[in-house]
Write a protein that binds this ligand. Sequence first.
Ligand code: TRP
Length: 360
Amino acid sequence: MEKIILTGDRPTGRLHVGHYVGSLKRRVELQNSGEYDKIYIMIADAQALTDNADNPEKVRQNIMEVALDYLSVGLDPAKSTLFIQSMVPELTELTFYYSNLVTVSRLQRNPTVKAEIQMRNFEASIPVGFFTYPISQAADITAFKATTVPVGEDQMPMLEQCKEIVHKFNSVYGETLVDPKILLPDNEACLRLPGIDGKAKMSKSLGNCIYLSDTEQDVRKKVMSMFTDPLHLKVEDPGHIEGNTVFTYLDAFSNQGHFEEFWPEYSCLDELKDHYKRGGLGDVKVKKFLNKVLQAELAPIRERRKMWEKDLHAVYEILKKGSETAQQAAAQTLKEVKAAMKINYFDNEDMIREYLEKNS
Ligand code: TRP
């Protein structure tokens, strides 16, 4: 069986370092591993519209932003198909058929949807499209026969629901759809990178994100203002690592090489943490180190972004071509789905033969 990746992001804002450690970096590694036959990376504009119906401008503007983010982290259009969800209408057709296999109560139990409904104050009036987006996400995944879906842990319930749809479809209509596997980030700290204020999650509305497109100065300012340990008032005080954003970021970003290059006094992160816990190590020093680590990671991304920004026509063509490629792949799956569901009336004239057999 072919090894196929599908994943994507809603274009509701620029991508930030949480996206980077949580998924983008991994995608690039997977892309460059050469282990996958096909890789599809989707800008999920249709899904973004499920809770931004009255804000189409926002979704539209962020298509280019996200495409630039993708290209600047090193996704390579020669190896990965970058495409826009709504340009593949087969996905909505699949969603329509899959929706017969899902109950309202099952959707109500989806923990991610539940949390999002609360966050958006949708309790009293949930848009149907938003409520059912897990079904559309199952269409995204299965349309491309994805075997591997690299996403953050918040997407686990979507994958579970997708797998249920696959099993149900295959048991009702015969073996047709591919059962996907989720691929979670392997570094604990990358599962959910907090915002610079230490709040649970980076989010545009909280203004606590470090964006991939931030300038060097922006990043430095944000790092220096990061939430640390409120009990670590004087340098001599023993410090706490738990819930200390600077250390969470170091867990996510730093490696041996960074210590050798920027702070050879310490051999590794554990040694640095021990010193901080004992006391005698100031926050500013640690922040300066984190800044160097982040800048080292972000500088090449910034450079590539500048390059692509000079050639937006090329970006446009990449999305257009990618969307065509994706549409063709999804059309093939839809054909197989319709054949399995026996709604492929004009593939052949069997309908006539079946009528005659029944009525003879
Ligand atoms: N729900 C994902 C997000 O919010 C985006 C997405 C849409 C997706 N369809 C997908 C991710 C299919 C993985 C597979 O970022």
